[in-house]
Structures are given as structure tokens and as C-alpha cells.
Design a protein around this ligand. Sequence first.
Ligand code: NAG
Ligand code: NAG
Ligand code: NAG
Ligand code: NAG
Ligand code: NAG
Length: 235
Amino acid sequence: MAGFNLLILSISFCVFQSAAQSHQEGGSLKCVSDYKSTLSCAWNTTGKLRESSCRLHFTWTVSRRQKKLQRSETCELQDSPSDPLMQSCSVIAGGNQKWQTFTSITVITSRVKCGNSSQDAANITFKPSENVKMHPPFAPSIVDSTNITWSLNQSLISVYLQERVFQIRFKRKEKSWEDARVISEFRGQEWTRLNEKWLEQDAVYETQVRVKPRVHAGEWSEWSPVTEWRSQVGN
Ligand SMILES: *[C@@H]1O[C@H](CO)[C@@H](O)[C@H](O)[C@H]1NC(C)=O
Ligand SMILES: *[C@@H]1O[C@H](CO)[C@@H](O)[C@H](O)[C@H]1NC(C)=O
Ligand SMILES: *[C@@H]1O[C@H](CO)[C@@H](O)[C@H](O)[C@H]1NC(C)=O
Ligand SMILES: *[C@@H]1O[C@H](CO)[C@@H](O)[C@H](O)[C@H]1NC(C)=O
Ligand SMILES: *[C@@H]1O[C@H](CO)[C@@H](O)[C@H](O)[C@H]1NC(C)=O
């Protein structure tokens, strides 16, 4: 009986092993930056065995007075609450979110290291200037019944990201965000005017906004916090 159990154990162990080996390449590693000082990566572990914890190592080079200096940061990868395959972490390079640490020539290498292994479980090289994800705007406000306005935390905006586009979405409170109407603002203005025809008087609405650089490649920020209001105007 004991032998039989051992056999099953070793079979399942082998299955495990080969599953782990077939994923030796590691998952895909995706990194973004606010193009100021924050770095964030998400790693798809693709079910790779993780008996040990994993970290991210970031390295890049800066030039100071003809000298090339190596800079580095690390963070501990954490499980994502929403997706069991994903791990992610963020770090502020240089320790201060307000510093403009990255420039157009910064190139970052990011490596996943697990346990004691000296090998990378995954790695990627990327430019903060071309993989931008800005911080979300503050919660918007409603002025004059139909004017949605918002703003950004100025101390978190890269000096290189002066041109920005926004998306605003709003919906009836009881509806889901899939049913929301989405408005795009390409002119960089931090307000948008709702058409009264879109609103029903006395109904309660919710709105939020997100931001993206206009020129530099990247993705939308997370949505801002939600603002709720009761419409004074409409049908
Ligand atoms: C990047 O990771 C791969 C495995 O995914 C590894 O073979 C390669 O050596 C790593 N590159 C560097 C520069 O360490
Ligand atoms: C992670 O990788 C697995 C296997 O390749 C894939 O099925 C899954 O969609 C990926 N998840 C994300 C969030 O990319
Ligand atoms: C990692 O290295 C330490 C010290 O070198 C050792 O005590 C530990 O057993 C190692 N852990 C693994 C998982 O290999
Ligand atoms: C909406 O509000 C903003 C901020 O108060 C203001 O600058 C803008 O002119 C207003 N837009 C309209 C159409 O009233
Ligand atoms: C803007 O960001 C800075 C840097 O993280 C933070 O200290 C400050 O509290 C933020 N401002 C607001 C109004 O949240």
C-alpha cells in the first residue's frame, strides 16, 4: 500500500515537474511608468510553480558629468486579488514620487527573480517614455448642472507630459459602467459639458474620468474615484 502511494506521489510529482518545465520561459512581464519616477510591472506567472517568493529588479543607467552610473530598485511581487495567475508590484525610483527621475533616454531592464535562483524567471527592457500610465485624476465635480470638471495632482505629472487627453464616463447610478456614455476630450481642457438631453431631471448619476498622454505611447490611467450627483436639469 505504501509503495502504491509512493508511486502515485512520484507520478504526480513528475506531472508537476514537467508542467513547471514547460513554463520555464516564465510568463509575460509587462511594465509601465508615470514617466516621472514610478515603475509598475505585472507578471503573468502562467501557473509556474511558486514555492518561493519572487521579486522584481529594475536597473538603468544615468549619465552624470560624463560618468555612467548604474541605478537599481526592487520590489516584492504580490498576488493579484483578481487574477490568481498574476503578480505585480510598484516602486518609486529614487524614493520620491515628486522627482523627475526618468528622461526620454532612460531605458529600464526589469527582471523577475524567484527564491535563490540566479536565473531570471522573466525579463523585459522598456522605456518609461513609451510605456506611460499616468496617475488617475482626482474625483470630478459638477458645476452649473451640466459641466463636469476635474484636475490632476500636479506633483505627480511628468514634465514631459504636458499634452494630455481625457475620457469621461457617466451613467445612471443604478446602471452598470458597461452602459455608461463615454466622452473624449482631446483638447486637454479639464472639463466637459453634458447635453441636457442626455439627462433626466432628479435622476442620480455617477461619473469618473481617466487620462492618457496625447503624444507618448501608453495606456489609460485607472479611472478616478466616482462622483455622484442628482441632476437639476433634463427631461
Ligand atoms: C531573460 O530571461 C530569459 C528566460 O526567460 C533568460 O534566458 C535570459 O538569459 C534573460 N536575459 C538576461 C539578460 O538575463
Ligand atoms: C496569462 O497566461 C495564460 C496562459 O498563457 C493566459 O491564458 C492568460 O489569459 C494570461 N492572463 C493575462 C491576464 O494575460
Ligand atoms: C537559499 O539560500 C540560503 C542560503 O544560501 C539557503 O539556506 C536556503 O536553503 C536556500 N533556499 C532555497 C529554496 O534554495
Ligand atoms: C466648466 O467649468 C470650468 C471650470 O470651472 C470652466 O473653466 C469652463 O469654462 C466651464 N465650461 C463651460 C462650458 O461653462
Ligand atoms: C499629490 O501627490 C503628492 C505626492 O504623492 C502627495 O503628497 C499629495 O498629497 C497629493 N495631493 C493630493 C491633494 O492628494
